[in-house]
Ligand binder design. Structure first.
Ligand code: GTR
Length: 325
């Protein structure tokens, strides 16, 4: 996607007059460590901003859950205590309800479909609606698809989840998902997940290969069953409270850097996902190919139906997404 920068702004950047506006170190949080596509993406964004403004704008990344989980981070950004954060759309549904379409099981046909939707009108419209929740949506990032992992057994059919406590992100729609499959969905902040697995508060969770590998959950839960039940994109957002105090020029620079970041992360993600899937095999994770996803798709129909029943605007998002070819 190309972002337009007005010629006057480019001139100001070149002449260095941009530096006469006030300096700002943007604090941004992420649950992932450095080296992860999301944190590397924000690092790149900070470098671009610094280059363009001779260091006047920069980003300081609080990675590896230094500032806690994602729900907490969003709250900090909403009140303006933190300028930026990168989170999964998973935790955004409670802020913009229509966003929960992206949190429905077996919703996008595949990752490419998700890319087209997020890069298009629907994606932009949902980002814009975040403003009502005190957030400026800057862009989407990739997170592949999510599958179940647990410490008890491989999952080949929904009934294999019976009696298993499965951690989900902090959003009731995921509890509904796991329960529809016959498991017991429990909301736990990502920052508490390792301990929850260790102490038996939960028997397993669900995620993509890079998260399972980098956060070492496989040390405890090493049956990974490829159900691919969710394709949930991620977003990076800015505090509207802070944004409203910034100059239009700075806002435009942030928008421009964000658009570039989206593209950079897409490449980083593809490499990381393939690499960490191989790493999981290397460390002995028992990878279970799920031969038939049909029973999972059918059992979760109720979750998609419940979303559609919420009203016409919800139905509209569903049909608009389905219409994206
Ligand atoms: C990861 C995602 C994180 C976080 C985590 C979770 O895939 O990148 O933002 O949402 O999942 O399950 O909480």
């Amino acid at each position: 996607m190309k972002t337009f920068i007005a010629p006057a702004i480019i001139a100001a950047m070149v002449l260095g007059t941009v530096s006469s506006v006030s300096a700002m170190e943007i604090k941004s949080s992420d649950v992932h460590p450095m080296g992860y596509p999301t944190t590397e993406g924000i690092k790149y964004m900070g470098e671009k901003l610094s280059d363009w403004t001779n260091g006047r704008l920069s980003i300081k990344i609080f990675h590896s859950m230094q500032l806690g989980g994602e729900k907490e981070a969003l709250e900090q950004v909403q009140i303006g205590a933190l300028e930026m954060t990168r989170v999964s759309v998973g935790v955004v549904g409670p802020i913009v309800k229509e966003f929960d379409a992206f949190n429905l099981p077996y919703f996008f046909r595949d990752v490419e479909h998700m890319h087209k939707v997020t890069a298009g009108e629907i994606g932009q419209d949902l980002l814009n609606r975040l403003e009502g929740g005190g957030l400026i949506g800057l862009g989407y990032m990739d997170a592949g698809s999510r599958s179940f992992y647990n410490k008890v057994r491989p999952i080949n059919k929904p009934a294999d989840l019976n009696g298993l406590k499965i951690r989900v992100m902090q959003n009731p729609v995921f509890v509904e998902l796991v329960n529809a499959l016959g498991g017991n969905g429990i909301q736990v902040s990502f920052s508490e997940l390792y301990t929850a697995l260790q102490t038996g508060v939960v028997d397993g969770a669900e995620n993509n290969p890079p998260t399972l590998y980098n956060h070492k959950h496989y040390e405890i839960a090493n049956h990974y069953s490829l159900t691919h039940h969710l394709i949930v994109p991620e977003i990076f957002v800015f505090s509207k409270k802070v944004w409203d105090t910034m100059s239009p020029l700075d806002q435009q620079l942030i928008r421009k850097a964000s658009a570039l970041t989206v593209e950079v992360v897409r490449d980083l993600w593809a490499k990381k996902e393939a690499g960490d899937f191989a790493n999981l095999k290397k460390v002995g994770v028992k990878i279970n190919e799920v031969a038939d996803k049909g029973p999972f798709i059918r059992a979760t129909q109720v979750v998609r139906d419940n979303f559609a029943k919420k009203g016409d605007n919800f139905k509209k998002v569903i049909s608009a997404v389905a219409a994206v070819k």
